[in-house]
Design a binder for this molecule. Structure first.
Ligand code: UGA
Length: 442
């Protein structure tokens, strides 16, 4: 099939590459010329395991092209995916400007039938706005062309995006139109071989499903972080509780890891956007705001724990392992590491930071500053530091020689924001250990 994907951000690029990989002819369009030039040169602008190889192979095979030309992009696809960003407005409402700009360009350039697919995370009712925008653009041209709009939300996680796209639990399509169903079935057929993962539902149900999924996962995390706060005060190890409740299949082990709060481009944004949707409907949501409030507080927990242990942090040097909001990405959007570092700087402390992938992102965000040393590796980060904080659970941080570490840290303190270590292993080496939901165990 001929497919065009508008937007070469995370979702658009992974979707475009994976659809080309199974034999579709894919054009990826972006209004950013630098990004397109970069992709045309064979460079991958985002860090995602496995993506570079797929981009390279499919570009070489002629199945994947990149363009900044809207007319060409619209003409070359029978199915047009909209995968542009929906950043939050000041009040958290999803900003649909980019989505509707694409819809308008489609209406301005289409010459025959098009199936328009909303892949961006968009509030309920957006497909109707896309339809109205395309219709208006066609009216201004004085032409009539048939088109359909359906919703096909994406559930990929950064760091596992290829796996999630190709082997996801479900493919949700919001449409009640039989022709659209069969086109979407054909588009996803290569990824839908062993059992039928396609779920058809109303457009609005598909749009709401996306937000509900992210809000549910964020709720699980905030719930667990709240129980972790109780566990700390009750002298209980939250890790025992996590295993205890996770073993109940009705709860499950996924997304109940306590930590220093969720970050990234999705959970924080989507929980706020859903809250705003509820308010716009005259319904005051009780749970969504609480999920967000618990997370905001949790992101401050690393700084609080450091202060509790060390008192005034002015003049202290804190090593930070992990800057990305989670492993296997270089993304620092809403990362707990940022809340920590900004609070440390405010308190007059210095930071020595290391992350296996996010160093250049950190440099881009904070530039050169006297109170930030970007370390070349994890060893350099702890040299001469008073304490160490773990913000991201990268695999490389899992095994540590704690005797060596104890020799490095002046205050012999490790704050483990991801509960990576066994508290006894650190106390045996003479280190003070503070985890999340288990700090009393040191
Ligand atoms: C999330 C969803 O998991 C995807 O299904 C969805 O498609 C995506 O948002 C999106 O809407 O685009 P992502 O933000 O990439 O994916 O990352 P997650 O792996 O879900 O992690 C989000 C945050 O939750 C991270 O900061 C992570 O550290 C935190 N987390 C996750 C916990 O604190 N505890 C857990 O048990 C799990």
């Amino acid at each position: 099939m001929n497919i065009t994907v508008f937007g070469t951000g995370y979702v658009g690029l992974v979707a475009g590459a994976c659809l080309a990989e199974v034999g579709h002819q894919v054009t990826c369009m972006d209004i950013n010329p630098e990004r397109i030039q970069q992709l045309e040169r064979g460079e991958n602008p985002i860090f995602e395991p496995g993506l570079s190889a797929i981009l390279q192979q499919n570009r070489a095979a002629g199945r994947l092209r990149f363009t900044t030309h809207t007319a060409e992009a619209v003409a070359s696809g029978d199915i047009l995916f909209i995968a542009v960003g929906t950043p939050p407005d000041e009040d958290g409402t999803a900003d649909l400007r980019y989505v509707l700009n694409v819809a308008r360009s489609i209406g301005e350039h289409m010459q025959g039938y098009k199936l328009i697919v909303d892949k961006s995370t968009v509030p309920v009712g957006t497909a109707e706005k896309v339809t109205a925008t395309v219709t208006e653009a066609l009216r201004l041209r004085g032409v009539e062309h048939p088109f359909d709009v359906c919703s096909n939300p994406e559930f990929m996680k950064e760091g596992a995006a290829i796996e999630d796209f190709t082997r996801g639990a479900r493919i949700i399509v919001g449409t009640e139109n039989e022709q659209v169903k069969s086109l979407m079935r054909e588009c996803y057929a290569p990824y839908n071989r062993n059992h039928d993962k396609l779920m058809f539902m109303s457009v609005r149900a598909a749009e709401l499903t996306k937000y509900a999924a992210n809000a549910m996962l964020a709720t699980k995390i905030s719930f667990m972080n709240e129980i972790a706060c109780l566990a700390e005060r009750l002298e209980v190890d939250i890790e025992d509780v996590r295993r205890g409740i996770g073993s109940d299949p009705r709860i499950g082990y996924h997304f109940i890891y306590p930590g220093c709060g969720y970050g990234g481009s999705c959970f924080p944004k989507d929980v706020k956007a859903l809250e705003q949707t509820a308010r716009q409907l005259g319904y005051e949501p009780a749970l969504l705001g609480a999920v967000e409030a618990v997370n905001t507080r949790q992101k401050q927990t690393l700084f609080t724990k450091l202060s509790e242990q060390l008192g005034d942090l002015h003049g202290k040097t804190i090593a930070v392992w992990g800057l990305a909001f989670k492993p296997d990405t270089d993304d620092m959007r809403e990362a707990p590491s940022r809340t920590l570092m900004e609070a440390l700087w405010q308190a007059g402390a210095r930071v020595q930071a290391f992350d296996p992938e996010a160093m250049s992102e950190c440099r881009r965000l904070y530039g050169e500053r006297d109170d930030l040393m970007l370390a070349g590796d994890r060893i350099q980060a702890v040299k001469g530091a008073d304490a160490l904080v773990i913000c991201t659970e990268w695999k490389m941080f899992r095994s540590v020689d704690f005797n060596w570490l104890a020799g490095q840290l002046t205050d012999k303190l490790v704050v483990d924001g991801r509960n990576l270590y066994r508290p006894e292993a650190l106390s045996n080496a003479g280190l003070r250990y503070v985890g999340v939901g288990r700090s009393n165990l040191a």
